[in-house]
Design a protein around this ligand. Structure first.
Ligand code: IPE
Ligand code: IPE
Ligand code: MG
Length: 248
């Protein structure tokens, strides 16, 4: 074990995942358990976002990808959608300075054409303000789904083929990856999902092909450094084989 902070050791006895993705789930249940409206759970979940970012920085993670709002979440009641969009705007405005100071480069990935103009402006500002940050890359997945992303790839590739700039037999992994929202980034090494649900819910279907999965039982607003480090420790116990035979 190495560096100590907050009295507990950092789990750095093995490799630290370079890219960690999180499906932040359970805000509604957290609120329901307390007889609060669902939006109170989303608001509380913002604290856990801060905690996850701090923990990832502390552990030495290079890329943190947070699933904040899915394409399917547009089917929720309008009141909840409005609350989530205003929280996103509030987050982008209130955290901008802090993220800049921490050297975190923020990117918002997804179909932002569906997001209201005020929120879109706030997220564009946070992207511009944090551009070039060297400490960590933070992807916030908003209005995102894995299938929608794959459809976007298919359309882009079909366009190139129809224009005659690409032959079908030239299409390979790199062609697809060049059209993904995550182009230029390595795939996640570790996926964490909170609230004890064992499903992907349409998240990063291409990129998660060989990602290690850690399911945490806690609801997202209760997610803390402890759960983050437990997930990293769990990752360090895994043997990644990528279809090959064990090494050594
Ligand atoms: C995750 O919490 C946040 C979003 C999906 C936007 P939920 O709102 O899904 O909370 P549960 O799963 O209903 O408890
Ligand atoms: C996944 O959670 C989406 C996000 C965390 C943004 P959901 O709560 O929307 O997924 P399901 O409905 O439980 O599969
Ligand atoms: Mg949920």
């Amino acid at each position: 074990m190495s560096t100590q902070r907050n009295g507990s050791p950092l789990p750095l006895d093995g490799p630290v995942p370079n890219h960690v993705a999180i499906i932040m789930d359970g805000n509604g249940r957290w609120a329901c358990d307390r007889d609060l409206p669902r939006h109170a759970g989303h608001r509380e979940g913002m604290k856990a976002v801060r905690e996850a970012i701090e923990s990832a920085l502390e552990a030495g993670v290079g890329i943190l990808t947070l699933f904040a709002f899915s394409t399917e979440n547009w089917n929720r009641p309008e009141e909840e959608i409005l609350a989530l969009m205003s929280l996103l705007k509030l987050y982008a405005e209130s955290e901008r300075e802090e993220l800049m100071d921490q050297g975190i480069e923020v990117r918002i990935l997804g179909d932002l054409s569906r997001v209201d103009a005020g929120t879109r402006m706030a997220v564009e500002e946070i992207e511009a303000a944090t551009r070039g940050g060297q400490a960590m890359r933070l992807n916030l997945m908003i209005s995102y789904s894995g299938r929608a992303e794959i459809l976007k790839v298919v359309r882009g590739v079909a366009q190139q083929v129809s224009e005659g700039t690409l032959r079908p037999e030239e299409i390979d992994d790199a062609t697809v990856e060049a059209h993904l929202h995550t182009r230029g980034l390595p795939d996640p090494d570790l996926l964490i999902r909170t609230s004890g649900e064992f499903r992907l819910s349409n998240f990063m279907l291409w990129q998660l092909a060989y990602t290690e999965i850690h399911i945490s039982g806690v609801l997202w607003p209760d997610f803390s450094r402890r759960e983050f480090m437990a997930a990293v420790e769990d990752y360090q116990r895994r043997e990644r084989r990528f279809g090959r035979v064990p090494t050594g």
